[in-house]
Design a protein around this ligand. Structure first.
Ligand SMILES: *Cc1c(COP(=O)(O)O)cnc(C)c1O
Length: 302
């Protein structure tokens, strides 16, 4: 790896509910790797960064919205590796930049705002942007790292633990790139459980096939899609209360966009008996804590 990932330890969570349902729950602390380049993003970026370092293309261009963990991680990783970074941002430039984008600027990312319509046509547009002839000298990373290389990088997460020790690996999903990577490296007997945070996502099989290059559906992929709380970055008081309870009980800080929804879904699934007795469940804490800075002050206890 390009960065020190020794902070990513597995911890066991103790809870009366888990004992009663006779399951064991563990968490892989990818959030502990680095405060900004945290979690799954580092892995998704891995092969793109390596390519940039090895080639003459010393600029990385990527895409995202104003609160994107992916943009924040890319900007910071590029800064540490002395690569240039450029972010194409969805929507007109606001008068006050989000915390995420301010962090990106501080990390030297060049920001370019484009209209939502243009953004939708972004791949075609990228190469035609004024002053962006250097796009040809750039390594392009799709939004959220949604690309087979991003999945290959995510597969490296499976090297951080002994896969045979767990019956289920749970992860929050946006683009499904991380889940695809886990599938690439998991034994066929191990369940990969994905909790989508977007509402109404239906093209799972297409996404997984694109990302893994394997057109046969994976029998060991479970999609648990009842826990998006109304859609991307949507939340309610149940979710916020759950996050505060996790902090008080386990000392575990979660982010409201991804990991809180996954942990909530895992906990409910344990409560309703969806995990059979004897299950050993590893939850991936995929980071993203910088996103909580968009919440009103004092929403969270941490
Ligand atoms: C981006 C992100 C995800 C989603 O990963 P995908 O590979 O897009 O499915 C999950 N958790 C966190 C914290 C993220 O920032």
């Amino acid at each position: 790896m390009l960065f020190d990932i020794s902070g990513a330890a597995v911890e066991k969570l103790d809870d009366e509910l888990f004992n009663r349902q006779e399951v064991q729950v563990f968490v892989l602390r990818l959030d502990a790797i680095h405060p900004v380049i945290s979690g799954n993003k580092l892995f998704k970026l891995h092969y793109f960064l390596e390519e940039a370092l090895q080639s003459d293309h010393k600029t990385i261009t990527t895409f995202g919205g104003a609160y994107s963990n992916h943009l924040a991680a890319t900007a910071h990783a590029c800064k540490l590796l002395q690569l240039k970074s450029r972010g194409i941002i969805r929507g007109e430039a606001p008068s006050i930049l989000s915390h995420t984008l301010q962090q990106c600027l501080q990390d030297g990312m060049q920001l370019q705002f484009i209209s939502r319509e243009q953004y939708a046509r972004k791949t075609a547009v990228t190469f035609g942007l004024a002053g962006a002839n250097d796009a040809a000298d750039s390594i392009l990373i799709p939004e959220g790292g949604y690309h087979p290389l991003g999945a290959r990088g995510s597969a490296l997460i499976m090297q951080l633990f002994e896969p045979g020790d767990y019956t289920h690996i749970c992860t929050a999903s946006g683009t499904l790139t991380t889940a695809a990577g886990l599938l690439l490296a998991a034994p066929a007997t191990q369940k990969i459980v994905s909790f989508p945070v977007l509402k109404g996502m239906t093209d799972y099989n297409h996404r997984i096939a694109t990302l893994t290059g394997n057109s046969q559906p994976f029998d060991n992929l479970l999609i648990c899609d009842g826990y998006h709380f109304g859609g991307y970055a949507k939340k309610d008081s149940r979710l916020i209360d759950f996050m505060n309870a996790c902090w008080l009980t386990h000392g575990l800080a979660l982010d409201f966009v991804y990991t809180a929804k996954m942990f909530y879904g895992v906990t409910e699934s344990i409560r309703n008996g969806s995990f059979e007795k004897g299950s050993k469940i590893l939850c991936i804490h995929s980071g993203g804590l910088q996103g909580n800075k968009s919440l009103p002050l004092n929403t969270l206890l941490f």
